[in-house]
Ligand binder design. Structure first.
Ligand SMILES: C[S@@+](CC[C@H](N)C(=O)[O-])C[C@H]1O[C@@H](n2cnc3c(N)ncnc32)[C@H](O)[C@@H]1O
Length: 279
């Protein structure tokens, strides 16, 4: 059966279930159903039951590209595009680039940075790491797609990418010490007590270890800041996302680790980040 119009009841059903962007979601679900009425019904029912849209359709739009996501894997947030824009903007202007994405999840953050740099003609080596093998499998898929993307292979730049499972920087090859130009890390940073107030899509469908950053939310980020100077080349940058209440502590911790840190912000997107540079 072909569906060429919005079935009349999709938008009202989504709206009744509390979906704020019901029209946009309906379009995505209908595209994903690809004319299969039974599949459309399953997708709408899943969404009405509170499953994340991106887990249902298997992809998310992030930084101008589509990235695979799946059940149990953190869905990249639009606000994190701030890290991508900043990283691309401060990348050294010459030579091949080494990019690391710790806590990579689906690999979209590091992948987007590598893709944008390669599209601008740069040669990029990307190492992505996540503690969760399920996320790493998705990241491998995304990064494989990237290295094979026709739009990028046609460009003068080139991407070499790997995704590894392990704790923070443990899987990184020692040869990368003092060599990293951009160290990206969108870590779990929600304070434990705030998890209960997250939207149900996150609270109920993204694993706790993807969200929970400990009592002040900075447990993982403090560890990342501590190891960053050993991987960054002089002049290299660590970029991470934080919440309002965490900025001061994060800046202080970066300074104590010998990094020169500044805050970056995209007010419209509600995004806040820190760029910490090795002198
Ligand atoms: C907030 S999610 C962000 C994922 C991805 N960076 C993004 O923005 O879409 C945090 C990720 O950190 C991973 N993670 C948590 N603790 C970790 C650790 N000790 N080492 C590596 N990854 C970790 C989780 O599995 C999860 O994928």
């Amino acid at each position: 059966m072909t569906i060429d119009l919005l079935p009349d009841d999709v938008v009202p059903r989504l709206r009744a279930a509390g979906c704020v962007f019901a029209e946009d979601e309906a379009e995505i679900l209908i595209e994903s159903a690809d004319g299969d009425a039974g599949r459309l019904e399953r997708l709408v029912t899943g969404r009405v039951d509170g499953l994340p849209l991106e887990h249902l359709v298997g992809w998310v739009g992030f930084a101008g590209r589509r990235w695979a996501v799946g059940t149990g894997v953190f869905v990249p947030r639009q606000r994190t595009e701030l890290l991508v824009t900043e990283a691309v903007g401060i990348a050294p202007q010459e030579g091949p680039l080494v990019v690391v994405d710790l806590c990579c999840g689906s690999g979209a953050v590091g992948g987007a940075v590598a893709a944008d740099l390669a599209a601008a003609g740069r040669e990029v080596t990307l190492h992505a790491v996540d503690v969760d093998p399920v996320a790493v499998a998705v990241a491998r898929r995304n990064l494989a797609g990237l290295t094979a993307a026709p739009g990028l292979t046609a460009a003068p730049g080139r991407i070499t990418a790997t995704a590894s499972a392990g704790d923070l920087d443990a899987p990184l090859p020692r040869t990368l010490r003092d060599q990293v130009d951009l160290l990206l890390c969108n870590a779990p940073y929600v304070p434990t007590a705030a998890i209960a107030f997250l939207p149900p899509e996150a609270r109920d469908h993204e694993p706790l270890f993807t969200l929970d950053g400990g009592s002040d939310g900075l447990d993982v980020l403090r560890r990342v800041i501590d190891v960053a100077p050993g991987w960054l080349r002089p002049g290299g940058h660590l970029l991470f996302e934080v919440g309002d209440a965490q900025v001061e502590a994060a800046l202080a911790h970066a300074a104590a680790a010998g990094l020169t840190a500044r805050v970056v912000e995209d007010e419209e997107a509600g995004a806040l980040g820190v760029v910490a540079t090795r002198p």
